[in-house]
Design a protein around this ligand. Structure first.
Ligand SMILES: [Zn+2]
Length: 389
């Protein structure tokens, strides 16, 4: 394995406070040495050791690759008509998630995988080097298991979400569907997944059902994460903290007791502003969570219904503009925060020993991610020490 020196970095975000200024561990006029797929050294360019190869960043900023800890990318079809109706002020009654379930069931394995890799490439070009993704558009034993098998070919961070909605096949008997999700479907899916998730929400699964889904998954060795408090107040966040879930995702409608619970536990609050943007909903209050000491992650929630963006930079801009985050906090949450939501310490930072996953921005500072919204600032992406974009 050869080593590479990336030098003349304008601003380097290490996310290691021991290496530089503030929580982001910022270093100006910096350099990085990559040894194979790992960061070997980070510091001032003037102090950098030699390496086999040399790469000139030309004064640009370098940040850790984004860790997108919440997406739904195994699906077929799209929901353009639904979005168009919603944004045109018309009621849209047909379908929702069921439209995607029907299209996903009808797709071949090859079609699903081609769609997944299409959106992964799109995300990579925008700086995402690690992503989590879920099942949840099959809702049968065979369709959920195949979604996870396909996802597992592309990421270690695979989540079983048989409890996305009650399958339309069980509309008259939700209890029987929960039994399937916690029984035969779980048995078929657990070998392909790391995480178990549930949409705990009015119209999806209530607190008792969510608890049944999560504890059954935990008994099979899966680690819980929860779609919690997106559309309404509810029990999801406090259930997530009680079960020591890695993450409570959405967190849009929180009581003070919910905030206190998050602050007292190790569950990360993952905010997904693409969903609020795409549904014209109320923003989650990131400031309130941060001020309470909660660890916050930012992710895309990329899915064809409620947040069809794969762009973490877009989510950073929204979080800064509308959710009370500073640019530094938003960049931290989209990198180190995402890693925390996946309980990973090898990614989301650029300090010695970390995976050499990084993005070079066409800007001198990471602040430009919020300052220049909608502009494609990601110029290069390196994954495991190799330039991928
Ligand atoms: Zn989601």
């Amino acid at each position: 394995m050869s080593s590479t020196l990336i030098t003349r970095i304008g601003t380097l975000v290490t996310n290691d406070p021991a290496l530089g200024d503030g929580p982001l561990g910022l270093i100006e006029d910096a350099a990085l040495v990559l040894d194979g797929g790992t960061v070997a050294w980070a510091g001032r360019a003037a102090d950098a050791p030699d390496a086999d190869e040399r790469h000139d960043a030309g004064g640009r900023a370098v940040i850790p690759g984004f860790v997108d800890s919440h997406s739904h990318l195994v699906f077929a079809g799209d929901r353009t008509a639904e979005f168009n109706a919603r944004m045109s002020g018309r009621a849209y009654s047909a379908g929702g998630i069921r439209t995607t379930v029907a299209a996903t069931r009808a797709a071949t394995d090859e079609e699903l995988e081609a769609n997944l890799t299409h959106y992964l490439d799109e995300a990579l070009r925008q700086g995402t080097t690690t992503f989590e993704t879920k099942s949840g558009y099959g809702l049968t034993v065979a369709d959920e298991a195949r979604a996870l098998r396909i996802a597992a070919r592309h990421t270690e961070e695979v989540t079983y979400l048989g409890a996305h909605i009650v399958s339309p096949d069980f509309a008259e008997d939700p209890a029987a569907y929960v039994e399937l999700v916690t029984g035969e479907m779980l048995d078929a899916c657990a070998p392909h997944a790391r995480w178990v998730d549930v949409f705990c929400e009015k119209g999806a699964f209530d607190g008792d059902q969510a608890r049944a889904v999560l504890t059954a998954g935990m008994a099979k060795g899966l680690v819980p994460r929860v779609h919690a408090n997106q559309l309404t107040y509810g029990p999801g966040v406090q259930l997530a903290v009680e079960l020591d879930a890695a993450s409570a995702d959405h967190c849009t409608h929180l009581t003070q007791a919910d905030v206190d619970a998050l602050a007292s536990g190790s569950t990360v609050a993952t905010l997904l502003p693409g969903a609020e943007f795409s549904t014209r909903a109320e923003w989650p209050d990131a400031r309130r969570l941060l001020d309470a000491g909660v660890t916050v992650a930012l992710s895309t929630d990329c899915n064809p219904g409620s947040s069809f963006t794969s762009s973490v930079p877009f989510c950073i801009a929204l979080a800064v503009r509308d959710m009370g985050m500073t640019p530094d906090e938003a960049v931290w949450s989209a990198t180190a925060g995402g890693a925390a939501a996946l309980r990973r310490t090898d990614i989301g930072r650029l300090s010695p020993g970390a995976r050499a996953d990084l993005a070079v921005l066409d800007a001198p500072s990471h602040v430009h991610l919020a300052y220049r919204p909608g502009v494609p600032l990601v110029r290069e992406v390196w994954r495991r020490g190799t330039r991928a974009v």
